[in-house]
Design a protein around this ligand. Structure first.
Ligand SMILES: Nc1ncnc2c1ncn2[C@@H]1O[C@H](COP(=O)(O)OP(=O)(O)OP(=O)(O)O)[C@@H](O)[C@H]1O
Length: 379
């Protein structure tokens, strides 16, 4: 290897080491990070999967724009719900946050530092702090491993968190924390119910004492009766360990129970984001209004008076999204401007002046407040 390359590699390694120490120090000083400050800032995040043709020459013929410019903040100690129909890019966002996918463009800042391009030790230090809980507890746990090995597996990569001698005890503590009997440590996943398996997935997510948990539809595969128990557990763990959550779901009613703020995604973009009150009681984006009109309402009288918005057509393909506003092909308010100018995710000027609850980020040229669900019938 030429001399200057060696020098370059050593320099890079030193730089990585420096970054890793800085991030570790900050992580350890995590508690000094004030509640409400953004712990994650996502800016202009994109993931385009190339579409190729041909077996040998693999010509590029386009791209699936799974995520196409996503912005949001996650504040310390809060739960940010992200909702949207299947295929809108929620899982891809989740995977980029935990470094399972590399962004095509954009930044993911953790405590002010862009982590999307980190590698080596610096990346390892950050990864420890941002863990994921997966959607399907039936397929995400290795059936050949005992529960103890599954929960303790992250320690193989981060032995500094739990030295070998203390691991068994640490895993048993984790089982206890998620409401499972610590004596089940040697059992296999098939010996547990769906809800219990998701508790195992959560225990594994907690093993490295992360600050952020990205939960990708953590209760969608569970029976309705079990969903509430798992949500309550997540709620309780959040206060106990001062966790910040990104909670992904396709159902607005589930997200409401756990979220402080909610972001609504459509075809690779966030179209509206605000506090739960702003989104559920004062939605201004037509897509959010349509989603809310489909949320079940228990009271039959309220159900009858409520406006139902039926969207026409299917979600367009992310390989060929509409020009301008992605939602315009299904929107009853679309005008010429929507086809040529993509609306920015910002507080619409006409609401900003008023300053009421409608004054929150909404990517619509014709954002308009519309109460869909009566306040006493909120999901
Ligand atoms: N590896 C990949 N290669 C090509 N396209 C992909 C890949 N992964 C995802 N996609 C496409 O990107 C889009 C967004 O997928 P993603 O899984 O993020 O959506 P989602 O909102 O999480 O949906 P679901 O709720 O069904 O998981 C989809 O159209 C999907 O087909």
């Amino acid at each position: 290897m030429p001399h200057h390359d060696e020098h370059g590699t050593r320099k890079e390694a030193r730089e990585e080491g420096r970054q890793a120490r800085k991030l570790l120090a900050r992580a350890q000083a995590g508690s000094s990070y004030a509640a409400g400050e953004p712990i994650l800032e996502v800016r202009g995040l994109k993931k385009h999967y190339p579409l190729t043709q041909g077996v040998v020459l693999k010509r590029h013929v386009g791209a699936v724009k799974a995520v196409d410019g996503v912005d949001f903040d996650l504040r310390q100690g809060e739960t940010l719900g992200i909702v949207g129909e299947s295929g809108c890019g929620k899982s891809t966002v989740a995977k980029m946050l935990v470094h399972l996918e590399e962004p095509t463009a954009g930044a993911i800042r953790y405590k002010g530092e862009d982590i999307s391009k980190l590698s080596g030790r610096a990346l390892k230090a950050v990864r420890r702090n941002i863990q994921m809980v997966f959607q399907d507890p039936y397929t995400s746990l290795n059936p050949r491993m005992t529960v103890g090995d599954i929960i303790g597996e992250p320690y193989e990569i981060h032995p500094e968190v739990a030295p070998k001698g203390s691991r068994r005890q640490r895993v048993q503590e984790l089982l206890d924390v998620v409401g499972l009997n610590p004596e089940y440590i040697n059992r296999y996943p098939h010996q547990f119910s769906g809800g219990q398996r998701q508790r195992i997935g959560i225990a594994r997510g907690l093993a490295l004492r992360p600050e952020i948990i990205v939960a990708d539809e953590p209760v969608s595969a569970l029976d309705v009766s079990v969903q509430a128990q798992v949500i309550n557990l997540l709620d309780q763990l959040q206060s106990e360990f001062n966790l910040s959550y990104v909670f992904i779901a396709h159902d607005l009613s589930i997200v409401r129970h756990i979220s402080n703020r909610v972001g609504v995604m459509y075809l690779g973009r966030v179209v509206e984001i605000g506090s739960d009150e702003q989104i559920y009681e004062h939605p201004t984006h037509p897509y959010t209004q349509a989603l809310l009109s489909a949320v079940p309402v228990p009271n039959p009288a309220a159900r009858e008076t409520r406006e139902r918005i039926i969207l026409v057509g299917d979600v367009p393909s992310p390989a060929n999204p509409p020009s301008g506003c992605h939602f315009r092909t299904r929107c009853w308010k679309a005008r010429d401007k929507c086809a040529v100018e993509a609306p920015e995710l910002a507080v619409p000027a006409w609401f900003a002046a008023e300053g009421g609850p409608a004054a929150h980020d909404s990517a619509c040229h014709f954002a308009e407040e519309k109460q869909i669900v009566p306040s006493d019938e909120r999901p």
